[in-house]
Ligand binder design. Structure first.
Ligand SMILES: [Zn+2]
Length: 482
């Protein structure tokens, strides 16, 4: 029997507002001492009244617009009632039947072209407190840190349009990129700022067998999502082929063991007894409100990628590399600064030397100690023949280490390119005298030996010899004396 996989995702992303969703406490919960960013509202004390964070509403609408959603003119908050130690009030303020954003379509790049997924809704809610589980003297206990309680959270729910773990991962990567471009979320999965649950089921291609929907939780990286979904596909297909009964349930991914395990079965839909939040007014949004929020949005990754390829004549892959992070794309455009002729070189330098520097030293682009102006100057020094490419790499490293300008470093280290034929001829003479074997090889017809000899000239000149002039002088000398 042949099966098709049906996947829908629910993604939670913390918003990067300064204050929490319904109170003035700082939302920067990760760096603070436990239970220091708290007040009666986010501790859920009786009588405390919530106030809506306007910026969180704007961020949610930006996310929705980026995902092609429409923004209804009327929205409201609801109480979702359940009991858990991390839920300070005994209910979560969320949105039930009238979310801020609905009915989107989002296209994203995949290994096989363009993926497309329906976005059912994007709604705004509050995060719970954080539980820390400890054990000592054979007893286990849990600590509650309410700093995270009330941090704004959006939930993005897709339609069940995804067909493979790879496609699900590509969607998540693209979604996170959009949220980061908007500056509304860090999208950091390891820190829990971007969390994903997946619903996955199997359907036989002839339509006769439809397996139940299983929800997978606990996936803390893109890789974990892909692995967990692969595992589930195999588990569900094997069971269906063997005629076993699969149940609708929630399963947790155990990353170290590479398996999912049953957490709870969903025989009945959970009853959260939703009702409209009586302490908050409904939200009315005019077209002008939405237009004002749209006007604050930056150019999004897909549009910027396409523009980079068209405007700067870059390859698809360079355009993708340079637009992966908004800060890198900004850096590139600052280097080029309207001078189209610099675009190719700037792209090569950034995707080559700058990325290597970032990788080696584990730095973000804004932590690189080379300003766009300094990189532009460095590129110009190479193109106008002042320094060789080899020296340029040394200068780049020195700029990063010292923060000094390329011209000063070139001057100080004597890295100016030497094109003077008389000076280079002397060096060529020395090199030929020092390397009789290579000279003999060349004269026997092994023309490749000139590469080695050119390298020796460069070594003598500490990389400053004009390679074209040096090569010409070498060829001339070898022919003359041959
Ligand atoms: Zn508070």
């Amino acid at each position: 029997m042949e099966f098709e996989t049906i996947i829908g995702l629910e993604v939670h992303a913390q918003l990067l507002t300064r204050s929490k969703m319904f109170c003035g406490c700082s939302a920067a919960y990760q760096t603070a001492e436990p239970n220091t960013h708290v007040c009666p509202v986010c501790l859920g004390l009786p009588g405390a009244l919530p106030v809506i964070n306007r910026e969180a509403v704007a961020y949610t609408i930006m996310a929705g617009l980026s995902l092609g959603c429409s923004i209804p003119s009327y929205s409201k908050f609801d109480r979702k009632n359940y009991m858990y130690p991390d839920l300070m009030k005994g209910y979560q303020i969320s949105q039930y039947d009238l979310p801020l954003c609905v009915n989107g379509v989002f296209e994203f790049p995949t290994a096989n072209g363009t993926g497309r997924v329906g976005i059912r809704r994007v709604h705004l809610e509050e995060d719970t407190a954080r539980l820390v589980h400890r054990a000592s003297n054979g007893r286990s206990y849990s600590l509650v840190d309410a700093n995270r309680s009330g941090v704004p959270l959006i939930e993005i729910v897709t339609e069940p349009d995804l067909r493979s773990p790879e496609e699900a991962r590509s969607f998540l990567v693209a979604l996170r990129q959009v949220l980061r471009y908007l500056g509304v979320s860090t999208g950091n999965m390891e820190e829990g700022a971007f969390r994903c649950d997946a619903n996955i089921s199997q359907r036989s291609t002839d339509g006769t067998v439809v397996g139940p929907k299983v929800e997978i939780k606990n996936m803390n990286s893109f890789r974990a999502v892909e692995r967990a979904l692969h595992y589930e596909i195999e588990r569900q297909r094997a069971a269906l082929r063997n005629g076993e009964t699969l149940v609708q349930e929630t399963r947790g991914w155990l990353d170290d063991q590479g398996i999912t395990v049953s957490q709870r079965t969903k025989e009945f839909a959970e009853d959260y007894r939703y009702f409209p939040e009586p302490d908050l007014p409904p939200l009315y949004l005019t077209e002008e409100d939405v237009a004002g929020i749209r006007a604050r949005m930056p150019e999004l990754p897909a549009a910027r990628r396409a523009r980079f390829a068209a405007q700067y004549g870059l390859s698809e892959s360079d355009a993708a590399l340079l637009t992966e992070e908004r800060a890198v794309a900004d850096y590139f455009e600052s280097v080029v600064d309207g001078n189209q002729a610099l675009a190719r070189d700037a792209a090569n330098w950034i995707t080559g030397e700058i990325f290597a520097l970032m990788r080696d030293q584990d730095l973000a682009i804004d932590e690189i100690n080379v300003s766009p102006q300094q990189l532009r100057r460095l590129i110009t020094l190479v193109t106008d023949g002042t320094i060789t490419m080899r020296s340029a790499k040394e200068v780049l490293a020195a700029v990063h280490e010292t923060g000094r300008d390329p011209d000063a470093i070139v001057e100080e280290r004597g890295l100016a390119q030497v094109s003077d034929a008389a000076q280079l001829a002397e060096v060529v003479k020395t090199v030929l005298a020092e390397n009789p074997a290579a000279v003999a090889d060349y004269r026997k017809g092994k023309k490749a030996a000139i590469g080695f000899l050119l390298g020796q000239v460069m070594r003598h000149m500490r990389g400053t010899a004009n390679p074209a002039v040096a090569r010409q002088l070498l060829e001339q000398a070898l022919e003359d004396e041959g």
